[in-house]
Design a protein around this ligand. Structure first.
Ligand code: ST9
Ligand code: ZN
Ligand code: ZN
Length: 341
């Protein structure tokens, strides 16, 4: 049996085991997430009853900023290496990312590389074959499946260990995260425009944070269920316009799972439905973002033409640009924008 056949069979075995797997519930997380969601709902009530307009605008602004820390930072830069960033941009992204509190970049990227490499198997942390609830939030409410630890050990994370900015965030996350996600966003409205502590906590902090978590989780749940599959009809990730709009361009999920190393995470569409690409392009203009990888039109077309065929050669999924399983033909045909060195 050759290596690719073996990998295909392994994938099938993992997928088959998806049913009837249970991990211990983590009640601390159940209570914390229940509080978050109730507090966010109360925040919505306060937006329409007593919060100042400034506070609501500030909450929306913080949602956008923290989202960029996830989409342009943890996702396209650090998980997929779809482009490179000079240190000032990486500092901006790590600050934005810490505001988002979705775990530090190292942990986020380790889980996310697994999500792509072992998509919809037990080694995928938010395996969408286990239903909407599990892939949305349930996976954060129970212990991880042992396959995640096992397969996770084989994922190359040396690039992130070597990035001092990622290492700094990881080391001081316990202090930086509460400060940037909870303390400062609650203090600013109180001290800058005399908002009440309650309005500030429930609107600028609880509502903003819970809303941005749910938008992110929709990429794992809704965008793995609903939408078109023009690039590969054999996988669940789909092109979901509503998710793309809310998640700053991260809803083009069928394309993204086929070409995870494309910095646009989409083939088509303008900036309106992909604000993250606008952000990266802006920084490419000033030279802080470079080596932006994107798939050539010919490669996309070839892939689309093959969509109707269950393509054995493409069963070796890749997590992004530096993955050794990325087909050489794709790497050679890639377009690299703003190439340096
Ligand atoms: C959150 C993350 O919400 C959301 C991520 C979503 C990803 C979306 C991706 C979609 C595409 C991008 C779109 C972006 C759109 C953005 C739009 C924005 C508007 N490999 O975890 P532990 C080992 S977070 C290898 O405790 P348990 C490792 O040794 C929300 N090994 O496992 C580890 O130790 P260490 C806030 C692994 O006990 C050890 O196991 N955060 C791996 O089973 C223990 O790890 C929370 O609420 C691996 N992948 O607990 C925290 N993983 O780390 C929630 C683990 O020291 N999490 N190991 O190396 C937890 O409480 C726990 O992780 C748990 C599991 C209870 C879920
Ligand atoms: Zn996905
Ligand atoms: Zn991804």
């Amino acid at each position: 049996m050759d290596e690719s056949e073996e990998k295909t069979i392994n994938r099938k075995i993992f997928t088959k085991q998806n049913k009837n797997e249970h991990q211990a519930i983590v009640w601390r997380n159940v209570i914390l997430f229940a509080y978050l969601h109730l507090a966010a709902l109360y925040g919505v009530f306060l937006i329409f009853t007593s919060a100042k307009m400034h506070t609501t605008v500030f909450a929306i602004f913080m949602y956008q900023v923290s989202s960029i820390g996830i989409t342009a930072g943890a996702h396209r830069l650090w998980s997929h290496r779809a482009y490179k960033a000079k240190w000032p941009l990486r500092v901006i992204l790590i600050i934005f990312n810490t505001i988002a509190f979705q775990n530090h970049v190292y942990e986020w990227a380790r889980d996310h590389r697994l999500h792509h490499k072992y998509s919809e198997t037990n080694a995928d942390p938010h395996n969408a074959n286990r239903g909407f609830f599990f892939s949305h939030v349930g996976w954060l409410l129970c212990r991880k499946h042992p396959d995640i630890m096992e397969k996770g050990r084989g994922i190359d994370m040396s690039d992130l260990l070597a990035d001092p900015i990622v290492a700094f965030q990881k080391k001081y996350y316990k202090f930086l995260m509460p400060l940037l996600c909870f303390i400062l966003p609650t203090m600013l409205p109180v001290y800058c425009w005399s908002e009440s502590w309650a309005n500030s906590w429930f609107v600028a902090t609880m509502f903003r944070y819970t809303f941005s978590l749910n938008v992110t989780w929709l990429v794992n749940s809704a965008a793995h269920m609903w939408g078109g599959r023009p690039y590969d009809r054999f996988i669940n990730p789909a092109e979901n316009i509503s998710v793309a709009l809310l998640a700053l361009g991260e809803g083009w999920h069928n394309y993204h799972h086929v070409f995870p190393w494309d910095y646009k995470a989409a083939e088509l569409g303008d900036y309106k439905l992909n604000m993250t690409t606008a952000f990266i392009d802006f920084f490419a203009e000033i030279g802080w973002a470079y080596d932006l990888k994107t798939v050539s039109a010919a490669t996309v077309r070839k892939r689309v033409e093959r969509t109707g065929i269950d393509d054995v050669d493409n069963k070796n999924l890749s997590w992004g640009w530096d993955d050794k399983d990325l087909p050489q033909s794709e790497r050679e045909a890639a377009t690299i924008i703003n190439k340096q060195g």
